[in-house]
Design a protein around this ligand. Structure first.
Ligand code: PHE
Length: 462
């Protein structure tokens, strides 16, 4: 109430909150990245490890972010400044805002590809194409100096247009409409996939673990992906948490969002692997799984024309509701910390991120010569944000709740003056104080390839 009087935005309903937060979590990470890394690391074994990380680390860090946001009612940077004034904790927030900038710039590029693939699907572009031709079309499209920019700009304009309207009328309202559509489309795609002849093999790949295929690298990727997929480590859920009503139950919210994100990732796997196996295509093809392998599958599948259109609409919707949450991190920072009006903040943030994204997109073709540490600009941004900034942010967020914020304030924020079950609190505190930070630290080392170097030294193949 008091916040509304002061004019700070709030989600208007429980469903609105869940739709917006699940909308943030469910994105390219679930539908593009999860299936291909599961394919690369051998299927079910990867899935099981991923689920373990989601429970032990993702869930507690998500609850931590929501607590920080709701308690402070500030943006990712201002939250730490308000809760622990005059301490270096607020640097966590700066990392977050920087990560938001970088992630959205390459996220917008891939989302733009997705829009282009809706058009390819509608115009039946891949009809009569051989697998090699389909792969070539993708390669020359992303390397083109103009075409991908057009779709990236369209996507960024859509994102900015929703954010500029505001938290309740923009973000919440669109999430409430788009998320149910996403769910319906993915269920239709699942039904199609599992009713294909030969679908069983794909399901076996997804659900029967073969731990021999799971490398050390696979375990670490699972942890990194848990962060990316749940939108953790850069203050997205601090920002959304700051719009949560005092009476909402944060524990339930964290559990529901985590469950929804995980179920959608598995449903995406169920939509993709049975179809890929039914047509005898290799699943471990990495990044191109969605843009090269799937168009191949759709060409051969009965009803593939419609399913292809639906799939890329699904991918675009998922990307859009995530992108608005990333943009909101920057916009909330601009408005509250730099005191720039919301409309101007949105235009400014969208423009700056789009510009960075353009460089990113051009690094696929025109600027592909330009490399840092052997990575082009696109891969560099992905690497710095997902492998460095998110894990570092997540680690400090867990440490902040575990050590600086402390048990008693946690009880006050989540228990609503009622009782919190003792065992829950014990486990939660143990996870945020020790388990999550240590595990994340290991991923961070992996991000810098330090672990690879150590492993190589020990196995003697350097
Ligand atoms: N969780 C989103 C996805 O899976 C990506 C994202 C990362 C969104 C970080 C916000 C913050 O695609």
């Amino acid at each position: 109430m008091t916040d509304q009087k002061k004019g700070r935005a709030q989600f208007s309903s429980k469903f609105g909150l869940i739709a917006a937060a699940a909308g943030s979590a469910i994105g390219l990470g679930n539908i593009w990245k999860f299936p291909y890394i599961t394919g690369v690391y051998g299927g079910a074994a990867f899935l099981f490890v991923y689920l373990g990380f989601i429970l032990a680390i993702g869930l507690p860090v998500m609850l931590s972010e929501l607590i920080i946001g709701r308690k402070s009612r500030r943006n990712a940077f201002g939250a730490f400044k308000k809760l622990t004034p005059g301490t270096p904790w607020m640097f966590i927030g700066s990392f977050g805002v920087a990560a938001a900038f970088l992630i959205l710039s390459f996220y917008g590029v891939v989302a733009g590809w997705s829009i282009k693939y809706i058009i390819f699907s509608v115009t039946n572009h891949f009809q009569y194409c051989s697998p090699e031709q389909i792969s070539k079309v993708f390669g020359s499209f992303i390397a083109d100096p103009l075409d991908p920019l057009l779709y990236q700009v369209i996507f960024m304009l859509m994102t900015g247009a929703i954010v500029i309207i505001g938290v309740q009328k923009g973000i919440e309202r669109y999430s409430k409409v788009l998320m149910p559509i996403l769910l319906i489309i993915i269920i239709i795609l699942d039904i199609r996939a599992v009713t294909l002849k030969g679908a069983g093999e794909g399901l076996r790949f997804l659900f029967h673990p073969d731990f021999s295929k799971l490398s050390f690298e696979g375990v670490l990727s699972a942890l990194g992906h848990a962060f990316f997929s749940l939108s953790l480590g850069m203050g997205t859920l601090i920002t959304y948490g700051s719009y949560v009503n005092k009476n909402d139950n944060l524990i339930n919210t964290a559990i529901q969002v985590t469950t929804a994100d995980t179920i959608i990732a598995i449903l995406a796997g169920i939509a993709i692997f049975p179809a890929v196996f039914a047509f005898h295509i290799e699943p471990g093809h990495g990044v191109g799984l969605i843009f090269i392998t799937l168009p191949n599958v759709f060409m051969q599948m009965p009803g593939g024309y419609l399913f292809s259109i639906m799939f890329f609409i699904l991918l675009t919707i998922a990307a859009l509701t995530s992108a608005i949450s990333i943009l909101e991190v920057v916009v909330a920072y601009f408005t509250e910390e730099l005191k720039i009006k919301r409309q101007i903040s949105t235009v400014l943030a969208t423009a700056l991120i789009t510009l960075l994204g353009i460089i990113c997109s051009l690094s696929m073709g025109l600027f592909s010569e330009f490399e840092v540490f052997g990575l082009n600009f696109f891969d560099l941004l992905d690497f710095i944000s997902a492998n460095l900034l998110l894990p570092i942010g997540g680690m400090f967020i867990a440490l902040f709740i575990g050590w600086a914020f402390g048990k008693y304030k946690v009880i006050r924020e989540v228990a609503h003056g009622g009782k919190l079950k003792g065992w829950f609190l014990q486990i939660f505190m143990l996870l945020v104080k020790f388990v999550a930070p240590i595990a994340i630290f290991i991923v961070f080392l992996q991000g810098l390839n330090i672990l690879d170097i150590i492993v190589a030294l020990f196995s003697g193949n350097h």
